[in-house]
Design a protein around this ligand. Structure first.
Ligand SMILES: *Cc1c(COP(=O)(O)O)cnc(C)c1O
Length: 406
């Protein structure tokens, strides 16, 4: 039985475009986006797709056409959104380390909001805006100090994390922002972490933020929007993921009677399950203690297993009742941490194609050239048509920035 992305067999796509290959389902992208829009329709939200999950221009363009805004964390990501035809007035600029050049770029582009993460950043932004004779729209990223109960590397809302302004300092920070002439306070935001499998920290964060909103209102500081950050977790294996409708109902109830619009910044949950990494088996190695399936994708293509011990489901693209073995699925990179999956029961013979599932988010966007490997091609499937949306990198691309300097 050969497996399909929408109406197209992965085997056919691999033959046409080569491997390793990222394949995305356009329909899955649309469904995921509409799921947010419908669930939160009572709050008329602006969904700002978090570009760092997958910055492919065609994916950005698709979300832009659906009406999405964008959450960005660098000048490069803002440039990607603009290049893809995204609307500058729907861009949020987050991140702890915004440079002067990035601020200038974003101010000139006319973005919706800077999500400011520290007092020195407020001062710098005010100076840059003054120099350009502009008023920067700002929100402060507040750290609500709730435990997102996710992997420590993607937990961002605890006191010990580098992100945001501590709840205890929030009033002072807003008063300071209020006093700066070239800033305009438009919002308040938080983002407590990614791959959240429990709703309660999200709801608790929202409650704490609204308490702060009420406190600040008594001091004459009012907001146009509240931004609750990233989206809910997705199923990689057998996780219980939060029900979006339940999350939306809780938020709608908390926002009722308030003159606050809602911004959300989902990344993973918009693209994660829409993507598959297709890879070919190079060798099956029967070791003394373990079996290894060596594939042509590696940690440079998909870093999540090495970085977070993340699980991705792996299956054969054409299961025909072949014998299964238990093996580690590994890449060719000279690192023991280079694995795609450990101790998997899998049918895999030399030359077979394997599908690495849920590889739409934090996958291609984290790819590197380690071991002088060219980054994979990416394909977007819509029904029975496939479109190349990123060419496979070539060795010429890899050498270009150095060769002439020899
Ligand atoms: C990464 C990030 C997001 C997206 O998080 P997901 O879990 O992928 O939805 C949203 N906002 C900010 C500030 C981020 O850093």
């Amino acid at each position: 039985m050969t497996k399909l992305c929408e109406h197209l067999p992965f085997v056919q796509l691999a033959e046409q475009y080569g491997t390793p290959l990222y394949v995305y389902s356009q329909n899955a992208l649309t469904q995921a986006y509409q799921h947010y829009v419908h669930a939160f329709s009572g709050c008329r939200p602006l969904i700002c797709y978090a570009v760092k999950a997958n910055g492919n221009l065609s994916i950005i363009k698709h979300f832009a056409q659906l009406g999405s805004g964008f959450d960005t964390v660098s000048g490069g990501e803002i440039a990607r959104v603009l290049a893809a035809g995204g609307d500058a007035s729907k861009i949020i600029f987050s991140g702890v380390g915004k440079t002067v050049a990035e601020m200038e770029f974003a101010l000139n582009a006319g973005i919706k909001c800077f999500n400011v993460e520290s007092l020195p950043e407020l001062d710098r932004l005010n100076e840059v805006a003054a120099r350009l004779d502009k008023i920067a729209p700002i929100s402060l990223r507040i750290n609500p100090d709730v435990d997102a109960k996710t992997h420590p590397y993607i937990s961002t809302g605890l006191k010990a994390n580098k992100f945001g302004i501590a709840m205890a300092d929030a009033e002072r920070a807003y008063q300071h922002a209020h006093s700066l002439k070239n800033l305009r306070i438009v919002g308040i935001d938080c983002h407590i972490g990614s791959q959240l499998t429990d709703l309660s920290p999200l709801v608790e964060a929202c409650e704490r933020m609204l308490n702060l909103v009420d406190k600040l209102a008594t001091q004459g500081i009012v907001f146009e929007h509240i931004d609750l950050g990233g989206g809910v977790g997705i199923v990689y294996k057998d996780e219980n993921v939060p029900d979006l409708a339940q999350y939306a109902a809780a938020v709608e109830k908390m926002l009722a009677g308030r003159n606050l619009s809602l911004v959300l910044e989902p990344g993973r949950s918009l693209v994660g399950n829409a993507g598959t990494l297709v890879t070919r088996v190079e060798y099956v190695k029967h070791g003394e203690e373990k079996n290894f399936v060596v594939v042509d994708a590696a940690m440079n293509d998909l870093m999540r297993p090495a970085l977070y011990q993340a699980y991705h489901h792996i299956e054969n693209a054409a299961e025909n009742g072949q014998p299964e073995i238990v093996a580690d699925v590994v890449g060719a990179i000279c690192e023991t941490g280079d694995f795609i999956g450990k101790e998997r029961k899998i049918a895999a013979q030399q030359g077979d194609l394997l599908l690495v599932r849920s590889a739409g988010a934090y996958a291609a966007s984290m790819a590197s050239n380690y071991n002088a490997r060219c980054r994979a091609a990416e394909v977007l499937v819509n029904g029975d048509t496939a479109r190349l949306v990123r060419k496979r990198e070539t060795l010429d691309d890899l050498l270009a920035n150095e060769r002439d300097l020899l």
